[in-house]
Design a protein around this ligand. Sequence first.
Ligand code: PMP
Length: 411
Amino acid sequence: MNVATRSLEQIRADFPILQRRVRDNKPLVYLDNAATTQKPQSVIEALTRFYSHYNSNIHRGVHALSEAATEAYETARKKVQTFLNAAHSHEIIFTRGTTESINLVALSFGSRFLEDGDEVLLTQMEHHANIVPWQLLQRFKNIKIKVIPITEEGTLDLNALDTLLTEKTRLLAFTHVSNALGTVNPVKKLIRWAKENGLYVLVDGAQAVPHLPVDVQDLQVDFYVFSGHKIYGPTGIGVLYGKTELLEAMPPYQGGGDMIKRVTFEKTLFNDLPMKFEAGTPNIAGAIGLGAAIDYIQQVGYDFIQQQEQQLLDHATRLLSEIPEIKIIGTAKEKAAVVSFVCEGVHPHDIGTLLDLEGVAVRAGHHCAQPVMDFYGLSATVRASFAFYNTMEEVEYFVQALKKAIRFFKR
Ligand code: PMP
């Protein structure tokens, strides 16, 4: 056994759920990591420790537990700051997840920085979470949504950028990595183009941070958002990174406790960053769990993550390409460890169901990216998405199970 294999085994042992058996005692082969990742013991323990040792509300109490909870919550914020290399910890706003972060920006930034007639540039490969909030903003502001098209391989058609740009374009909001296709977008190039043209930029990092390191200062991005549960942390916690000068100029998104300095019935003075955007009791345990997840990722290291995931992606792509009935959707050169595919004559949901009977968890559906499906004239795909804890043997088992499913439907 070589060192790499041994360390992968040790890594897998960190995730209790990976030892589970499902469907008539079959080993769980979890290939639905783009939907949510599994949690290492250290994250589970961080949650348990919070609730069993120092559960308390934050920023308010003068007692020992509240002090400990506040410190742990604010330490988690600092961990996110370091993780993204943000200039200040007050630029890190805790939210419920990517979805809430984008809704916050659309409504708050939109109300302050966008005017009737302004244009927002999205892409054809956005998750619904980066489409619908901008449509909701249209109830209050007469903004126009424009869309950067994609090519057959599932990359952005960058030739269209200059054609789409007008003097009314204000914001470019796009996904760093596509959840439906796996495409890694040329984030630096897009931000440089946007900045050269005076645009604000929001990047949806939900599918990027699990796979690659992000440095918001190096990117010079205005807003960067992600979800805790996709990077081995808890559900219900996420992050909005925003540049200080923008967050300071933006109005609060929600009102309530913690986001104020002084309230009277006549007038309310809002709190400073980051509290201005964290109304009410936040997901304290979730933030602490996210901090533990970041510690875990840093311990594993992106070098290992990228090397392992690239091997899994290459192996899966090669084996799937050898099956005549399979067509891979999304063949960009730069891809994260996500393979979407369709199978001639078999509905994706039927494939998903048969794979599940073999213990293989994949996703079948539109992946909350219906415009991507529309582009390919499909209603759904099967999506296998890998994490660094997956093995080459699991990839092979999945492909065998898929071949068995195809044989079943061809009978
Ligand atoms: N954007 C992308 C690219 C995603 O993959 C997802 C989750 N599938 C989201 C946004 C929404 O994330 P959440 O549901 O955690 O808010």
